[in-house]
Design a binder for this molecule. Structure first.
Ligand code: FAD
Ligand code: FES
Length: 284
């Protein structure tokens, strides 16, 4: 007789988590807060596969901080088949979660105690969702980190995410937050209008002691990196990019996320820029 499957130790079998809250953040994106049967113990920047039996699953970034225990927060954009069904779920419904997957960030790389003075985090659109899992522990333990410069861009005010939480972060010491929209479109907006590249030259950084993190739509990386290189001499090992590729297994087995010899689901989605030197197609 076969031994029973050990549900929580088999990476292909999802844990079923109960939805505690579904909150529409924009027309297309909702925040899902779920209660897991056991903590994920994730690192910032990791992702899960979220889905339902008989429907399918898709890669979704973990947006809650690493100390969130059995609580997991995700922001899901209604994009197609699986995300469309997930958007029909309500409080108390169950959702399947596998993970955490991927490399993620090591918080020690950012701490003052490791010689860092400045942290620059640039998020475009949905890119703020995974980076929130990195920003939360920095804001909760602010004295352990240097100056945090956050540049957050959205297309319009209606699409700007987590504005009330960002307002709270603005009150913290050594926290420089610049929010922008491409187009205010006559809507009420108290931030700046322009692209995330525009404020970069205004930053005052100790460049050898700066860690830079980027996450956003593919086109953003090229222009942000050009602007950074024009203005600062930040070593490539201190620049992190969070890349999205189509994913299926999350385990380095199916090849869906492969760029040359690199499996994004295992070695990424967070990469140091220096790791991508021989992978030019990674940023296209
Ligand atoms: C590491 C990682 C983290 C992610 N984090 C989030 C997140 O936090 N929130 C969120 O809403 N989405 C996230 N995504 C994207 C999400 O996985 C896709 O939107 C989802 O797979 C779409 O599934 P679907 O069945 O609803 O859509 P489908 O019916 O499969 O497709 C709908 C449309 O989305 C396109 N699409 C599918 N997958 C991707 C992809 N990976 N990148 C770009 N376009 C895609 C398809 O080509 C199609 O045009 C992440 C993806 C990765 C790889
Ligand atoms: S998603 Fe299957 S190998 Fe990466």
């Amino acid at each position: 007789m076969n031994a029973p499957l050990d549900t929580y130790n088999n990476p292909y079998i999802p844990m079923m988590a109960e939805i505690e809250l579904v909150e529409a953040l924009t027309e297309r994106e909702s925040l899902f807060r779920v209660i897991l049967p056991e903590p994920l113990n994730h690192r910032p920047g990791q992702f899960v596969m979220a889905g339902l039996p008989g429907i399918g699953e898709c890669a979704i970034s973990i947006s809650s901080g690493p100390d969130s225990g059995r609580i997991l927060e995700m922001v899901i954009r209604k994009a197609g088949n699986v995300t469309g069904v997930l958007h029909q779920l309500n409080k108390k419904d169950l959702i399947g979660i596998r993970g955490p997957f991927g490399s993620g960030f090591n918080l020690n790389d950012f701490r003052l105690s490791t010689g860092n003075e400045d942290i620059v985090i640039i998020a475009g659109g949905l890119g703020l969702v995974p980076l929130r899992s990195l920003i939360i522990p920095m804001m909760e333990n602010k004295s352990e980190y240097g100056t945090v410069h956050l540049i957050i861009g959205s297309r319009t005010p209606k699409e700007a995410l987590f504005r009330s939480q960002i307002k709270q972060w603005k009150q913290l010491q050594d926290c420089n937050i610049i929010e922008l929209v491409d187009d205010a479109d006559f809507q009420e907006w108290d931030g700046e209008v322009g692209l995330v590249t525009e404020p970069i030259h205004r930053l005052i950084l100790d460049e050898k002691k700066t860690q830079l993190v980027l996450c956003g739509p593919p086109v953003m990386y090229k222009f942000v990196l050009m602007e950074i290189k024009m203005n600062f001499n930040i070593p490539d090992e201190q620049i992190y990019v969070d890349l999205e590729r189509r994913m299926r297994c999350g385990l380095g087995k199916c090849g869906h996320c492969q760029i040359n010899h690199v499996y994004c689901c295992k070695e990424g989605p967070v990469f140091r820029y220096s790791q991508l030197a021989d992978l030019p197609e990674a940023l296209t």
